[in-house]
Design a protein around this ligand. Structure first.
Ligand SMILES: Cc1cc2nc3c(=O)[nH]c(=O)nc-3n(C[C@H](O)[C@H](O)[C@H](O)COP(=O)(O)O)c2cc1C
Length: 363
């Protein structure tokens, strides 16, 4: 309700100013307990229990300041970051643009954040809340803009944050850090992941956080095939599909479409879904996938789950709809599960593929 009251004001402001005000408001909120989720939505992955499969995507809480209130709104998990070792300002403002007509956002932020020290301080503060808020908290790590040896930054972050994280995401797919997406090239990726996994084994021997890699939607068939093979070969624990796109569908409003940066929100939905579906096939469902990109309602979330996502995330739609959408998504997931004759969410993961395999077999 608060969001409904504040929305007209927030949407009159520059998107980034509105975001900072929102964070301020959220930090002032008392940690509120949400209603318990329907047990049908709970799932255990990587030895972690997710009360529901709907997560907050990276970029909203770059400095790990509002994980508790966001879990309080009903998310099953929150991914904080992207954090880099050193604090950095990012690109010049304005660098975030929204289009209500398209239900879309374009950003070219370039990982502005307060660096690993401040992040760690905030993260430890969250972990000291008693009792710890229900839900899983992941950390999305990236490299500084001036780093020429990416593995150094990623390994430093694994060392400093790995022991605290429920999971870690290696972000190699932001379009706004020069050279970052080149790390998706197969040989680069394997070399990088080998070093990161070694660092994880060294610094997190007690309870190794699962290591996920977040990919761009702008990958051709050959790149996807190579990356899927590298993912399986390397021994990482999952993939996040997808980050924002450099593509600009013709339907987008002008001058919004002309802004440089990564596009997210509704216009990303179909591409992102297709990439997710393809990776599920390429990996034979052997590693968990998180589906993100263009989720605006429960049906979108369920489509991703049937296409192969064990978990889903969203960000842009929250800008337009506010946190009330989380409840709608969870209610719709329960009705869609029932309509499909499933009793638990994990039975629906990849159901599109299983059905087509069964159909193929029968014909
Ligand atoms: C303003 C903004 C900032 C973002 N920052 C990050 C980031 O720091 N790291 C990251 O991995 N993804 C970042 N993302 C991408 C989202 O996590 C997500 O992958 C993408 O927006 C697609 O989901 P959506 O359509 O639900 O927004 C950002 C997205 C937006 C809109």
């Amino acid at each position: 309700m608060l969001f409904e009251l504040a929305r007209p004001l927030l949407h009159r402001l520059d998107p980034e100013t509105a975001h900072h005000l929102t964070l301020k408001g959220l930090k002032a909120l008392p940690v509120c307990k949400t209603d318990r989720d329907d047990p049908a939505l709970a799932l255990t992955l990587w030895n972690r229990t997710f009360p529901n499969p709907v997560g907050l995507a990276a970029g909203f809480d770059k400095n790990a300041e509002v994980m508790a209130p966001m879990l309080g709104f009903g998310f099953g998990f929150v991914e904080a970051g992207t954090v880099t070792p050193k604090a950095q300002d990012g690109n010049p403002r304005p660098r975030v643009f929204r289009s209500a007509a398209d239900q879309a956002v374009i950003n070219r932020m370039g990982f502005p954040n307060r660096g690993v020290e401040a992040f760690r301080h905030n993260f430890e503060k969250f972990l000291s809340i008693k009792p710890r808020p229900l839900g899983v908290v992941g950390i999305n790590i990236g490299m500084n803009k001036d780093q020429t040896d990416p593995a150094r930054d990623y390994c430093a972050l694994v060392r400093q944050l790995g022991p605290f994280a429920d999971y870690l995401t290696v972000n190699i797919s932001s379009p706004n850090t020069p050279g970052l997406r080149d790390l998706q090239q197969k040989d680069n990726l394997l070399a990088l992941l080998t070093q990161i996994l070694e660092e994880r084994a060294r610094s997190c021997a007690q309870d190794m956080p699962p290591l996920l890699v977040k990919l761009a939607p702008d990958l051709n068939e050959e790149q996807r095939t190579d990356i899927a093979a590298a993912a399986l070969q390397s021994g990482i624990d999952g993939l996040i599909l997808t980050n924002t796109t450099l593509a600009r569908p013709e339907s987008l409003a002008q001058p919004f479409a002309g802004e440089r940066g990564g596009l997210s929100g509704q216009p990303l939905r179909e591409t992102s879904l297709a990439v997710l579906r393809h990776f599920y096939q390429l990996t034979n469902g052997k590693i968990p996938l998180i589906g993100v990109g263009g989720i605006t309602c429960g049906n979108d979330a369920y489509d991703k789950i049937r296409a192969g996502a064990s978990l889903v995330q969203l960000y842009s739609a929250l800008v337009f709809q506010g946190p009330a959408m989380i409840k709608e998504i969870k209610q719709t997931l329960i009705s869609r599960l029932q309509a499909d004759g499933f009793t638990r969410i994990d039975e629906a993961v990849g159901a599109d593929h299983h059905n087509s395999a069964i159909k193929k077999h029968a014909s």
